[in-house]
Design a protein around this ligand. Structure first.
Ligand SMILES: C[S@@+](CC[C@H](N)C(=O)[O-])C[C@H]1O[C@@H](n2cnc3c(N)ncnc32)[C@H](O)[C@@H]1O
Length: 212
């Protein structure tokens, strides 16, 4: 079964269109075969982007895989990290980072519930496993879990995928960064919902004037 799920076409179809447990097994197969390690040095470039927005140290990793970015973020940057992944194998690999501040949950990111708000919600090579019409829908749902100055960071290999996401985002999100990550074929977009700051400032002003 594992070799079958690892065949390129089958892997593509099952991870995009399979039912939840089949998708999880298809992702498991990639980790079991050692094809997905993602410790290739590109995480350091991504960590540079993420670190800038991590003022409060709260990070949500969606489709965390082995969470290898954590090797490039020092403990002093991290107050609370939650990693979510559908694959039990991924969670097992990621668990090497488990600590008082870092935890992992096996959940489907499309429907998962996590507590609290975050400085950064990161989708590193994971958002494109969702159907296109669900990607922005998920970002909208998770917007309430961003802090007032929080951001989404989304990386995608392939410029065409990246550009397609940018098109679909632009009427609802402010794009703060949009560039290639170092010399790799990965692209990164940093964004937050339109008017997010403005809404917060209005609230803050109201509260201050009430206080005085
Ligand atoms: C290409 S790997 C990237 C892993 C990791 N983010 C990284 O950059 O090293 C994609 C990951 O997304 C996870 N994933 C895909 N769809 C998911 C979903 N609906 N819910 C949770 N995780 C999902 C897969 O299990 C896999 O671990």
């Amino acid at each position: 079964m594992r070799w079958l799920l690892n065949l390129q076409g089958i892997h593509y179809m099952t991870t995009r269109f399979g039912w939840k447990s089949l998708r999880g097994r298809a992702f498991d197969a990639r980790y079991q075969d050692g094809q997905w390690r993602f410790d290739d040095g590109q995480e350091a470039a991504l960590a540079v982007v993420v670190r800038q927005y991590l003022q409060g140290g709260e990070l949500l990793l969606m489709g965390c895989g082995g969470a290898s970015i954590l090797a490039s973020l020092s403990d002093s940057h991290l107050v609370r990290v939650i990693g979510v992944d559908l694959s039990g194998e991924a969670i097992q690999v990621a668990s090497r980072f488990t600590s008082e501040t870092v935890s992992f949950e096996q959940q489907d990111m499309m429907v998962c519930r996590v507590d609290g708000t975050f400085d950064v919600i990161l989708f590193s090579e994971s958002l494109y496993y969702l159907r296109e019409d669900r990607q922005v829908q998920l970002l909208r749902r998770l917007s309430s879990q961003l802090k007032s100055d929080g951001v989404f960071v989304v990386t995608q290999a392939h410029l065409s995928r990246h550009n397609s996401l940018l098109d679909r985002l632009s009427d609802q999100f402010d794009v703060l960064e949009n560039h290639r990550m170092g010399p790799s074929d990965r692209w990164v977009v940093v964004c937050r919902p339109h008017g997010y700051h403005a809404a917060y400032d209005r609230y803050d002003c109201g509260r201050n004037s009430h206080d005085t």
